[in-house]
Write a protein that binds this ligand. Structure first.
Ligand SMILES: *[C@@H]1O[C@H](CO)[C@@H](O)[C@H](O)[C@H]1NC(C)=O
Ligand SMILES: *[C@@H]1O[C@H](CO)[C@@H](O)[C@H](O)[C@H]1NC(C)=O
Ligand SMILES: [Mg+2]
Length: 261
C-alpha cells in the first residue's frame, strides 16, 4: 500500500513539475494572499511554534488540549531532535548552576524532581494514535493502564542530571502527582531505568486534594520543616515550580503535550 502511494506521489510530483514553471508566478502570488473565511475577512492561522513558546513561558495557561492543527507539529517536536536538545540544554544549565553551590556535608541539600515528563517519559503513551500528543481528550483509565506497565523510559538527559547531582552530594527528592497506589510500580520503573536512590519519594495520598501547586508546595514545606535545603527544583509543569518553597533555582523542561494547574 505504502509503496503504491509513494509511486503515485512521485508520478504526480513529476507531472506537477512540468506544469509548474508556467504557473509558478501566479502560484506565488496566490500563496501570498491571506486565506479568507466565509465573511471575506482573513482567517488568522495558528502558528504552532508561537503557540508552543507561549505555552512554555506560561503566557497561555490552563489549556486543555493541544490545538488539533498543532498535533503534527507537537508530534514532530517531541519525537524529533529539538525536544531532546531542549532537554539536554536545560540539564546542562542545571548542572552548571549546581557546580557553583557549596554543598554541606550534612546530607540536607536536596534537589526536587518531578516524575512525569521530568524523570520518566510517557512519550510512548502520548505518541499513540488515540492520544495524539495531547490533542485528544485525556483518558485517566488508559493512562493508569500505561503507568501500571511500568515501562516509561527516562526523559532525555534526566538520568545524567540525577547522577551528576548525586556525585556532588546533592540528594534527590521525587515529588509526583502520581497516586500513592502506584508506589511499587513507580519504584520498579525508576530502578529499571537507573534511578536507584533518593531521600524521599512523595506520591499523592488520598488526602492530598487541591491543585498541584498547593500539593507540591505543602510537600516542599514539610521538607523545609524537616531541615532540608532545596537547592534546586526541576519540572515540566509550571505548577512544579510555582508556589511556596520552590527552591533556590528552578528549571523548566519542555512539555507542549499537557497542562497541569
Ligand atoms: C477510556 O479508556 C477506557 C479503557 O480503554 C475505555 O473503556 C473508556 O471508554 C474510555 N473513556 C472515554 C471517555 O473515552
Ligand atoms: C485521610 O484522612 C482521614 C480523615 O482525616 C484519615 O482517617 C485517614 O487516615 C487519612 N489517610 C491518610 C492516608 O493519611
Ligand atoms: Mg511532570
Amino acid at each position: 500500500m505504502r509503496t503504491i502511494f509513494l509511486f503515485l506521489f512521485i508520478s504526480m510530483a513529476a507531472l506537477d513539475a512540468k506544469a509548474s514553471h508556467v504557473n509558478s508566478i501566479s502560484n506565488q502570488i496566490h500563496q501570498l494572499r491571506p486565506k479568507t473565511g466565509s465573511s471575506g475577512h482573513p482567517v488568522p492561522q495558528l502558528n504552532c511554534l508561537s503557540w508552543r513558546l507561549a505555552v512554555e513561558t506560561n503566557n497561555i495557561k490552563d489549556w486543555k488540549l493541544v490545538p488539533l492543527q498543532c498535533e503534527g507539529y507537537v508530534g514532530h517536536y517531541m519525537l524529533g531532535k529539538q525536544y531532546r536538545e531542549d532537554c539536554y540544554n536545560v540539564v546542562a544549565t542545571a548542572i552548571q548552576y549546581a557546580k557553583t553551590l557549596k554543598i554541606a556535608k550534612d546530607g540536607k541539600d536536596v534537589w526536587i524532581f518531578d516524575i512525569d515528563e521530568t524523570t520518566l517519559s510517557n512519550l510512548p503513551y502520548y505518541a499513540r494514535s488515540d492520544v495524539a500528543f495531547g490533542a485528544i481528550k485525556f483518558n485517566a483509565t488508559k493512562f493508569d493502564e500505561w503507568t501500571r506497565e511500568g515501562k516509561a523510559p527516562a526523559v532525555p538527559g534526566a538520568l545524567y542530571l540525577y547522577k551528576a547531582l548525586l556525585s556532588m552530594g546533592i540528594k534527590p527528592v521525587f515529588i509526583t502527582g502520581t497516586k500513592e497506589e502506584f508506589r511499587q510500580i513507580r519504584i520498579a520503573n525508576l530502578k529499571k531505568v537507573g534511578y536507584n536512590s533518593w531521600i524521599k519519594l512523595v506520591l499523592k495520598g488520598v488526602n492530598d486534594t487541591g491543585s498541584s501547586v498547593m500539593y507540591k508546595s505543602a510537600k516542599r514545606a514539610e521538607l523545609v520543616k524537616d531541615g532540608y535545603r532545596i537547592v534546586g527544583n526541576i519540572g515540566d509543569q509550571w505548577s512544579d515550580l510555582l508556589g511556596d518553597y520552590v527552591g533556590q533555582r528552578t528549571f523548566k523542561l519542555p512539555d507542549p503535550m499537557y497542562y497541569i494547574a
